[in-house]
Design a protein around this ligand. Structure first.
Ligand code: ATP
Ligand code: MN
Length: 477
C-alpha cells in the first residue's frame, strides 16, 4: 500500500505491506520508531517496532537510506502529528545503506550540495515535493489543452533549419570529428553526414506547430528544447521543456487571454492538488528568508503569492509605455540598473522586467508591441511599421515566463522581414508556403516549463526544478 493511502486510511487493524526508504530510526529500550517514505507523499509513515519481535541483526540494518519492506498492522496513533501508524510484524531489508557512506544523513543539506548528489536528491523532502509538483503541472497542462479541444503535436527534436537559433544551437552529427570530410574549397562536406545536411537540436517547436495549426485549428507542443547560449544564470538551462500552443484565427488579444487563463489554471491546479507539498516548500522558503536582509525578503509567502496572482488581472501595457515608466523610474535615475534605460529600442533586461512587475505594478505584466528590431522575423508587423505584435508575460522573481506573438500571415511582408533579418528563405520554403495557400491570422506563445516551476515552487534556481539540469560545463548524471 502506498504511504499516501495509508495516511488517510482509518482501517485500524488491517494488515498492510509497505515498501520504501528509511528516513530516520529512533531506538529506545524495547521499541524502535522508523520514519518511512515511499515518494507518494511528503509525509512519512511511522512504523513502530517491538524489539522483541524483530531480530537485532535486521533492525541494525534499518538505517537512513536503506530500503525495506515492512509487514504490519495499521493502528490508531497515540502520538500527535499523525492519526495512523504501523505496528511492524516483519521487516525485510531490501537494500542496506552504510551509515558511514550514505551522503543524505538526516540533517540540513545545501541545495548546492544536493545538486552534486542529483542521483539521490529525490529522496529529500524538498526534491520529493518538487518532483510531485512537476508531475502535477505536466498533467494539468495536457488537461487544460485537452479540455479546450487542442491537439498535442510532436514536433521534431532534430531540425534541419537554424532559422531561429542563430549561433545558439547544438550540432547533431555522426561525422568523425577527427577526420572530417572536406569539399574542394576546404569547408566541411555535410552531404556525407547522416542527414545529408547540417542538423541541430531544436530551439523551439513553433514553426512546425504553426503548420499543424493551419489545418487542425488549435494545437500545442510540449517538448524538450535546447539552447547553447552561454548564460550561466539562475533562469537558464541548456536543455529545458517548453509548452508552445499555436492557434489559427487568434489575434494578439486572444493570445494574451489564453496565456493568462492558462497560467491561472495551472496555479489553481497546484493549489488544489499539491497543497501538502506547497505548504512544505513555503515553510522551507520562510526559513531561508530569515537569513536574508529585511529589504531582500520576499513580500509574500508562497501560498499567498500564488493566490495573489489568481486574484489579479495581469496588467497589459505596450513596450513604449514600459520604456517610459523605466526611464522615469527611481533606480534608473539613481543609476541603480546595471543596464541603464536611455532610449526607446533597447532590449529589456531581467532587472527591468522585474522592476515593472515587483515594484511598479506589483502584479504580473504583459508587455506588447516591441520594436521589430529586437524580435523574431515571424512576428506580425503593426501598422506603424516600427513595432511587432509580440507579447511577453512577466512574472515576479522570474521576469519573462512567456514569450509570444501574433504571427505574420502575409506572404509578402513575411518574405521582406526574412530578407531584412537575413533568415535563409530557401531553408524555410515550407514555412513560407503556408502563407501562400490558405493563410489565416494566427498566434501562439512559448511557456518555459521550468520558469513556471520556479514560480509555483518558489525555488530560486532553475537547476533545482528539473531532475537533471544541463548547464554550461555540466552534464553529469
Ligand atoms: P530570455 O530572454 O529569458 O532568455 P527568451 O526571450 O530567449 O528568454 P523565448 O525564446 O521567447 O525566450 O522562449 C520562450 C520561453 O522559454 C521564455 O519565455 C522562457 O520562459 C523560456 N526560456 C527561454 N530560454 C530559456 C532557457 N535557456 N532556460 C529555461 N527556459 C527558457
Ligand atoms: Mn534567451
Amino acid at each position: 500500500m502506498k504511504i499516501k493511502e495509508i495516511l488517510i486510511s482509518e482501517n485500524y487493524g488491517d494488515s498492510v505491506v509497505v515498501k520504501g526508504w528509511v528516513r530516520t530510526k529512533r531506538t529506545s529500550k524495547n521499541v524502535a520508531f522508523i520514519a518511512l517514505n515511499d515518494g507518494s507523499t511528503i509525509h512519512n509513515v511511522q512504523v513502530v517496532v517491538d524489539l522483541n519481535d524483530i531480530s537485532e541483526e535486521t533492525i541494525q540494518d534499518v538505517t537512513t537510506g536503506a530500503s525495506v519492506a515492512i509487514e504490519g498492522v495499521m493502528i490508531e496513533s497515540p502520538g500527535s502529528g499523525q492519526h495512523v501508524e504501523i505496528n511492524a510484524r516483519k521487516i525485510e531489508v531490501l537494500g542496506k545503506a552504510d551509515p558511514e557512506k550514505y551522503p543524505l544523513q538526516p540533517k540540513k543539506h545545501s541545495l548546492e550540495f544536493l545538486r552534486e548528489k542529483a542521483h539521490l536528491r529525490f529522496r529529500t523532502n524538498t526534491f520529493g515535493a518538487i518532483t510531485r509538483v512537476r508531475h502535477a503541472m505536466i498533467f494539468a497542462i495536457h488537461q487544460f489543452f485537452n479540455d479546450k479541444g487542442f491537439y498535442n503535436i510532436h514536433t521534431p527534436i532534430i531540425t534541419g533549419s537554424d532559422a531561429e537559433g542563430a549561433g545558439e544551437m547544438f550540432r547533431v552529427t555522426t561525422l568523425d570529428l577527427d577526420n572530417l570530410p572536406r569539399k574542394e574549397d576546404g569547408t566541411i562536406n555535410y552531404e556525407e553526414d547522416f542527414f545529408g545536411k547540417e542538423t541541430n537540436l531544436t530551439v523551439s517547436g513553433q514553426l512546425e506547430a504553426e503548420l499543424a495549426a493551419l489545418a487542425m485549428g488549435e494545437v500545442y507542443t510540449f517538448g524538450p528544447t535546447f539552447r547553447a547560449e552561454n548564460s550561466n544564470t539562475s533562469r537558464h538551462l541548456a536543455e529545458f521543456w517548453m509548452i508552445e500552443p499555436e492557434m489559427a484565427f487568434y489575434d494578439i488579444h486572444d493570445d494574451m487571454d489564453l496565456a493568462e487563463e492558462m497560467l491561472k489554471y495551472l496555479i489553481r491546479y497546484a493549489l488544489k492538488h499539491c497543497l501538502d507539498d506547497l505548504n512544505f516548500l513555503s515553510k522551507r522558503l520562510q526559513e531561508e528568508e530569515k537569513n536574508k536582509k529585511q529589504e531582500d525578503r520576499a513580500p509574500m509567502e508562497l501560498i499567498e503569492k500564488l493566490n495573489f496572482v489568481l486574484e489579479n488581472k495581469f496588467e497589459r501595457i505596450t513596450y513604449t509605455q514600459a520604456i517610459e515608466i523605466l526611464m522615469n523610474s527611481k533606480p534608473n535615475k539613481k543609476k541603480k540598473f546595471q543596464f541603464p534605460v536611455d532610449k526607446w529600442g533597447i532590449d529589456m533586461q531581467s532587472e527591468h522586467e522585474r522592476y515593472l512587475v515587483e515594484k511598479h505594478f506589483q502584479k504580473p505584466v504583459i508587455v506588447t508591441d516591441y520594436p521589430k528590431e529586437i524580435k523574431a522575423f515571424y512576428m506580425k508587423v503593426n501598422e506603424d511599421g516600427k513595432t511587432v505584435r509580440a507579447m511577453d508575460v512577466l512574472f515576479p522573481q522570474i521576469g519573462e515566463i512567456i514569450g509570444g506573438s501574433q504571427r505574420e500571415e502575409k506572404y509578402d511582408v513575411l518574405l521582406k522581414r526574412m530578407h531584412e533579418m537575413s533568415v535563409p528563405e530557401k531553408e524555410l520554403w515550407w514555412y513560407l508556403e503556408t502563407r501562400k495557400f490558405g493563410t489565416v491570422p494566427h498566434a501562439g506563445f512559448g511557456l518555459g516549463f521550468e520558469r513556471l516551476m520556479l514560480f509555483v515552487t518558489g525555488m530560486g534556481n532553475i537547476r533545482d526544478v528539473i531532475p537533471f539540469p544541463r548547464t554550461p560545463q555540466n552534464a553529469e548524471f
